[in-house]
Design a protein around this ligand. Structure first.
Ligand SMILES: [Fe+2]
Length: 399
């Protein structure tokens, strides 16, 4: 079974200890008790009152582990900004925090990850933007890392060195890439994600799906472990099989569990073989459509461009039969099956079908130059000099 495969893959992943179990809440508490954890800060989102994390808090209370030195930092918004991170850091300073638990979706986890490093390194969050700004001068092992309890199954932030934060000063979303923020532990349980509404279930699962597909296609990371391909294929199969089940019945806990595992596997994948043009283009759609819907719609156009590379066409053929149940005989047909799958779960496999106006092409293609790292990770090489023209040509065709 793919779920068992996922758990055995987690066991061999040494960057984050990932536990997937219906008992994850009590296992997280056990960990804190064993470590005699004191001065705990729990970071939560704005809808915290309705989140199933109460299961976790009630475990803490029931086991007599709820101590006065445990504090909350709630109302962490979607798309957290530098000011939100600074607010969390302040609370860490006031409480001399020793353990940080992030209970929420990608935004909460990203904010907690950035704040914990900012607090420990005594650097403002804006000084962390970029790649390994801290880990390049101080060993990543000198820093304590966050414990994550994801309440969505999409970003995979529970297993990545990434944190996306909106820079209040420039109003631009910026990325922190730091070995020192890869979560130490991640506890996955369907009880944490079952309250997700249908639309959030779909959009977060599509994000995870695109992470794993982009990673599978990305052959530009020679240092990535060989297992990354198996992580991607397992993640994609889990989503293809279980997203339709979760759409049909939100209380299907087995499907929920599989989607959580698929999302964590997607995080493992992009840690080593990062995303490229579809994610790059999605940055320009921030605030217009959800991130998962954006990347799912942008993927087919860029995928069609990538498959001119033989290695990408070969990687694509590893997905033959996964989306349609019938083995496709060429890479273009696999992309068509992906598009039909996205439609079948209520998504849109092109920006036009998503209702986006074609006038956005100009912005997307000019914004692309602001993020050369993502251009460099394209599986089909793209020159910085003609990147805007190439991207706009791809989008014109795919819109
Ligand atoms: Fe994403």
């Amino acid at each position: 079974m793919k779920e068992e495969t996922a758990i055995s893959l987690f066991e061999k992943y040494d960057l984050t200890r990932i536990i997937s179990s219906s008992n994850a809440a009590s296992m997280a508490v056990d960990l804190l008790v064993r470590q005699d954890a004191k001065r705990l800060l729990i970071c939560m989102g704005s809808a915290s009152a309705n989140l199933p994390d109460s299961a976790f808090i009630s475990f803490l209370r029931a086991m007599g582990c709820w101590k006065p030195e445990m504090t909350y930092c709630d109302n962490i918004p979607a798309e957290p900004a530098t000011e939100d991170v600074r607010r969390i850091v302040k609370q860490m300073e006031q409480n001399d925090v020793e353990y940080v638990i992030a209970i929420g979706g990608g935004s909460v986890m990203d904010a907690a990850k950035a704040a914990y490093l900012s607090y420990q390194s005594k650097k403002d969050v804006t000084e962390l933007f970029g790649v390994n700004k801290i880990s390049s001068v101080t060993s990543a092992s000198d820093f304590k890392r966050v414990i994550c309890i994801p309440t969505t199954s999409g970003t995979g932030s529970e297993a990545t060195p990434y944190s996306n934060i909106v820079d209040n000063e420039s109003k631009v979303k910026k990325l922190i890439v730091e070995q020192a923020i890869i979560p130490q532990w991640a506890f996955l349980s369907p009880s944490f994600t079952k309250s997700m509404p249908l639309s959030l279930t779909v959009t977060t699962a599509l994000d995870a799906l695109v992470h794993s597909i982009e990673s599978l296609l990305n052959n530009s990371s020679p240092d990535a472990p060989a297992e990354a391909e198996e992580w991607a294929l397992t993640s994609i199969s889990l989503i293809a099989e279980n997203l339709p089940k979760a759409v049909a019945d939100g209380n299907d806990l087995q499907a929920r569990k599989a989607l959580s595992e698929a999302a964590a596997l997607g995080g493992m994948c992009i840690t080593h073989r990062p995303t490229s043009l579809p994610h790059l283009a999605s940055f320009s759609l921030y605030g217009k459509v959800t991130h998962g819907q954006a990347v799912a719609a942008l993927l087919p156009g860029f995928w069609g461009y990538y498959i001119e590379e033989e290695s990408v066409a070969n990687a694509t053929m590893k997905l033959a039969g996964i989306f349609s149940g019938e083995k496709e005989t060429d890479a273009s047909s696999v992309i068509e099956s992906y598009k039909n799958f996205v439609r079948s779960v209520g998504g849109a496999p092109s920006p036009g079908e998503l209702g986006l106006d074609k006038s956005l092409i100009e912005k997307i293609s000019s914004d692309a130059l602001l993020n050369p790292v993502k251009l460099q990770s394209s599986p089909r090489k793209i020159n910085l000099d003609d990147a805007s023209g190439v991207i706009s040509g791809i989008l014109e065709k795919a819109w």
